[in-house]
Design a protein around this ligand. Structure first.
Ligand code: CO
Ligand code: CO
Ligand code: CO
Length: 314
């Protein structure tokens, strides 16, 4: 592959977005995400798709500026549905202070929608998943379980009113969380999406060459998620795939609750930020988050790299 010294974060880093330095002052953060509907309401789906796409810019410490939409759409569904999806996306872009600059649509059998988001960051203030250091604490900004809850909803195994907390979380921007993190001077972050809490934590551990110790009792889950995950029909397929792929690197305390062992692999849509923060800065981060009304959870800590495991869940 071609090399370019101005590509600060590229394909090889398994980070959230590409970062390209344009000048000594400005780097562009660029990302792309799209997926089939996970909720029935088209406006809400648009909101969630946009919050999810914007999240990768926030995770890098960037500020979103504009977006392009990616649309796959079956004509027979009617343009009103697509209009609602885009209206939902624009609603979230407005809140992010970013504009929709265009996009591309093709006809397809199934709806898919997402955005490519472009943001900016100072080239020396890029936050990556490689900045975690032993002694840091791990802070998560949203509960886990959106994959379990949306798949249970499709099967009719949860009432929509019981899924509200997950809906609200998925459409909530990580903007305030990112602002608090940047203000505190955090060096390491990723957002939790398709590989689940364990997958993205593992990417951070690997990129930073550290090990992580996570306290199971402190991991926040949406109401009903741990209950629902015990029946196979509610389990997104990615749980088993993620588990199998990561098994060699993850140790669970003997006798750990089986539901929890599955739920930590649940693929998230528009999940929270996982921030690694030096212990001495934790109080400042926590109060910066609280000031912006961002709920957050201290779930573990970073230790020196050790052979044979990367993450231990105690
Ligand atoms: Co991401
Ligand atoms: Co992404
Ligand atoms: Co990142």
């Amino acid at each position: 592959m071609q090399r370019d010294k101005d590509l600060i974060v590229g394909f090889d880093k398994s980070d959230d977005a590409g970062v390209y330095k344009m000048s000594g002052e400005i780097a562009v953060v660029s990302t792309l995400d799209f997926f089939p509907p996970i909720v029935d309401d088209p406006f809400l789906f648009g909101q969630i798709a946009a919050a999810n796409a914007l999240s990768d810019v926030y995770a890098m410490g960037g500020v979103p500026r504009f977006a392009l939409n990616i649309v796959c759409f079956p004509k027979e569904l009617g343009m009103e549905v697509l209009t609602e999806i885009i209206r939902g996306a624009v609603d979230r872009l407005d809140e992010a202070g970013a504009v929709l600059a265009g996009g591309h649509s093709i006809e397809d059998k199934e709806i898919k929608f997402g955005l490519s988001v472009t943001g900016v960051v100072h080239p020396e203030k890029v936050i990556t998943n490689a900045g975690a250091r032993p002694g840091d604490l791990l802070v998560l900004t949203k509960p886990i379980g959106t994959g379990i809850i949306t798949s249970a909803l499709k099967k009719g195994n949860i009432r929509p009113e019981d899924a509200q907390a997950a809906f609200t979380s998925m459409k909530t921007l990580s903007r305030a969380a990112a602002e608090a993190m940047v203000e505190t001077g955090a060096k390491a972050c990723t957002d939790i999406t398709g590989y689940g809490l364990m997958g993205h934590a593992l990417e951070m551990a690997t990129a930073s060459n550290v090990n992580l110790v996570i306290a199971s009792k402190d991991i926040p889950f949406f109401p009903k998620a741990l209950e629902l995950v015990t029946s196979r029909g509610n389990r997104p397929r990615a749980i088993a795939e993620n588990m199998e792929f990561m098994a060699p690197d993850i140790q669970f305390k003997h006798g750990m609750d089986a539901a929890l062992q599955m739920a930590v692999f649940d693929p998230q849509t528009s999940g929270g930020l996982l921030i690694s923060i030096p212990e001495g800065k934790y109080d400042m981060l926590s109060s910066n988050l609280t000031e912006r009304r961002v709920r957050h959870y201290l779930i573990g800590s970073v230790v020196s790299a050790e052979e044979g495991w990367r993450i231990r869940v105690e």
